[in-house]
Design a binder for this molecule. Sequence first.
Ligand code: EPZ
Length: 445
Amino acid sequence: MTTVLNYVAPLDQDNLPSAKSGTDLIQIQGGKRLNGTIEISGAKNAALPLMCAALLTEDAVRFTNMPNTLRDMRTLTAVLQSLGAEVTAGPAGEMVIRAETIDDAHADYELVRQMRASILVLGPLVARFGEAEVSLPGGCAIGTRPIDLHLMGLEAMGAKIDLQDGYVRASAPNGLQGAAITFAKVSVGATENLMMAACLAKGKTTLINAAKEPEIVDLGELLIAMGGQIEGLGTSTITITGVERMNGATHSVVADRIETGTYMIAVALTGGTLRLKNTQLRFLEALVAPLKKAGVSFDVEGEDVIVHRNGTPLVGTDIMTEPFPGFPTDLQAQFMTMLTQCEGAGMVTETIFENRFMHVPELCRMGANITVHNGSAIVRGVKRLKGAEVMATDLRASVALVLAGLVAEGTTTVNRIYHLDRGYENLVEKLQACGAEISRIRAIE
Ligand code: EPZ
């Protein structure tokens, strides 16, 4: 259900040409319980590295359960096509990528700046073609987002790295060599980039202090299906033995645990019962525990997760974000929204990114009582949030504001929702179908 209004977006640096549709906004009338069924999509944070892995072979790589409608998929598709790969996507989550030849191992700033994960083409390109030139991804709202661990690893494998004019140029004319690489801190992207590069390196690579996220395991399973020799997936030490060539494969993208967790928190806030399909509880133990403590109940029926809150008051609890299997930083903002409606207080400590509290001032404009000290925020529950016009700043802060609107008194308008379009397929439609009074106001071009 969309209403056409003549809406003019405030001018700002985010107003990228490709975000023209980003001047759309979401309007919510709070107070409706959520009851119904939601199909969970394939994970954005698995899909992005999986697509880059297709660069490792000249054969076709076929995917199902790909979240094709996400803006990030379209951006990465454009990056892969600019390199010379063929990418076709179907209406039901199918995608085929064929990087038979690469015209030009250059990933342009114009595209990379729209999505940092484009840096994940670096490892595969250097490993297969011996060279790559990728724009340095800028920082973003949540932090400086350096890539030093990616580059350190490639250098350890024999690549020559030059940084010039905002680009990273990596070359290994005689191919990459296996190496033992220890990460000073756990990095999802660096683990993914180097796991992919190591598949075509000569000899054995060991990644120590590697990330253990389910998306890493999903990528590793594709790489093994392509002929890669990988051990230790899901542990902090991953060993890859290089092979001569990688082959095509078919792979179904793992369910999006962050989308799953977001809807769990939504029904915790509104009350009601949601049946979440095509997902699994086992990736979300770090969220389920504090939600149970707050008063939410869970059942599993086959592949479905049923989440229920029967109106008993929510009770505040503390969380601290950590690498998997700890509490996911990508659910921190959403959980903070829930804490604003809990009895008592809860402490939120963000240990992964240096600036991931951008949702706090917007929640406070809705009446939340939140005090931030460095990397921690004390959230004291309030009677009820009040609807307001709020501004999205990054993907997860945006959805935290939508959740706040679902329970706030009156109308909430969330601006700059192009952030949301990056990571949530059909968010408005999925919530409308479960009883939320929510609509997307499409701007006139
Ligand atoms: C991935 O980002 C996810 N993105 C992020 O999701 C997620 O928040 C993050 O992992 C942590 O789980 C994708 O998978 C596309 P990191 P990534 O490298 O790989 C520092 C979302 O909302 N670091 O694990 O970029 C970094 O600054 C997004 O879906 C270095 O210092 O995250 C951060 O403090 C947001 N040097 C910490 O490590 C490096 O070379 C973790 O970053 C790399 C990272």
